[in-house]
Design a protein around this ligand. Structure first.
Ligand SMILES: NC(=O)c1ccc[n+]([C@@H]2O[C@H](COP(=O)([O-])OP(=O)(O)OC[C@H]3O[C@@H](n4cnc5c(N)ncnc54)[C@H](O)[C@@H]3O)[C@@H](O)[C@H]2O)c1
Ligand SMILES: [Zn+2]
Length: 337
């Protein structure tokens, strides 16, 4: 947690903060157009005042850009601006900017250092933490990626003031996930509203699952709650449904399917649905179970003939269950109906 800075007003201090982790060097500052228009000048000025030389790359935001093409452009930008292994990449934006920049940093010259500066609730509580980086392939979400830890994470919570409600709620969905995984303190604070403290609590929860399982073979997989169906919803909707909304649908689907399969305590799904819809998030989808299955079959959580699925057992308790892949269609059907 020491290298994760969460507070208001950190954009203008980021140069000094980063200097505590890395001596002044060339910085490739990556952002999307929306975030760039709002915040890149403050960040670039702060970096320059601290002695860094700054090169800015911006792209059209959104999941549609989290692909090989943008990834290639970022790598070429690094090369054109003579970024070397002793230099830095800085990701300023939501999870899309963070995932793309992190993956570019993981692979450029076999790995350079990078810093995450998340500006969405989802990226503050989830994607900037834990070192997973990735891009999407046509076949599915996050199919190409690497584990690469940032030097530090700087979450300037005041940036959330300009975030659209829809995207804000995406972050709420991941916070509800932490509540489902057992953090009841988060549950109580959720009702009061989101502030620095709840973001810190969410980050601690994520770290507690990541610690000791950096490469996602054990306990960390619990964080996939709602994500198998969620990624299928994102992919099948061609990313019209954003990540957190899709995860909300995915969690509710697993609770409903779990109840029908006798895995989940009765009443869990209705409690979860109430919470999810109370935050303006969807609880199900009109996408057909067949389309969802096709998208889900390319999911990384499949290993050979089996698939690991995280089921809520009750509110605040979840378990991983392994099923033969042939059973997935039935589980999805039970979940979305
Ligand atoms: N690496 C991981 O462990 C991990 C975990 C969870 C999610 N993710 C990934 O994160 C991505 C979703 O991230 P996201 O929800 O942050 O979406 P996003 O990056 O697409 O941002 C959402 C929108 O908000 C805009 N925006 C960002 N910050 C803003 C601000 N402060 N003010 C105004 N507008 C702002 C962006 O331009 C964009 O249009 C998905 O690709 C998902 O797969 C990764
Ligand atoms: Zn997620």
């Amino acid at each position: 947690m020491d290298n994760i800075h969460i507070d208001s007003g950190l954009l203008g201090k980021c140069g000094e903060i980063i200097k505590g982790y890395h001596e002044p060097c060339r910085v490739a500052l990556v952002t999307d157009y929306t975030v760039g228009a709002l915040y890149v000048t403050t960040v670039a000025d702060s970096l320059k005042s601290a002695g860094f030389e700054v090169f800015i790359f911006a792209f059209e935001g959104g999941e549609q850009s989290k692909n090989l093409e943008t990834y290639g452009k970022i790598l070429e930008f690094f090369a054109d601006n003579e970024i070397t292994r002793s230099d830095l990449a800085v990701a300023l934006g939501g999870g899309v900017v963070g995932d793309l920049t992190g993956f570019a940093a993981a692979t450029y010259m076999r790995g350079i250092n990078y810093v995450q500066m998340p500006t969405t609730l989802l990226s503050m509580v989830d994607s900037s933490i834990g070192g997973k980086t990735s891009i999407d392939l046509d076949a599915g979400k996050n199919l190409c990626g690497a584990f690469h830890q940032p030097l530090c994470v700087i979450s300037s919570v005041d940036t959330l003031e300009t975030l659209d409600k829809k995207y804000y709620n995406d972050g709420v969905a991941e916070i509800i996930k932490y509540a489902m995984l057992g953090n009841d303190r988060i549950m109580q604070s959720l009702e009061k509203g989101i502030d620095c403290e709840i973001i810190k609590e969410a980050v601690k929860t994520k770290l507690s699952f990541v610690e000791g399982d950096e490469f996602d073979r054990g306990r960390r997989r619990m964080l996939n709650l709602g994500h198998t169906v969620g990624h299928a919803v994102e992919h099948a909707s061609r990313y019209a449904i954003p990540h957190g909304h899709a995860v909300a649908i995915g969690m509710c689907a697993m609770a409903r399917a779990g109840e029908k399969l006798g895995i989940t305590e009765e009443g869990t799904s209705s409690e979860l649905e109430r919470l999810v819809s109370g935050f303006g998030l969807p609880t199900t989808t009109i996408i057909s179970p067949d389309d969802l299955l096709n998208s889900a079959l390319s999911d990384k959580k499949r290993s050979g003939d089996n698939i690991d699925l995280v089921f809520p057992i009750s509110f605040g308790k979840c378990e991983i269950k392994t099923f033969p892949v042939e059973k997935l269609g039935e589980i999805i059907s039970l979940g979305v109906k």
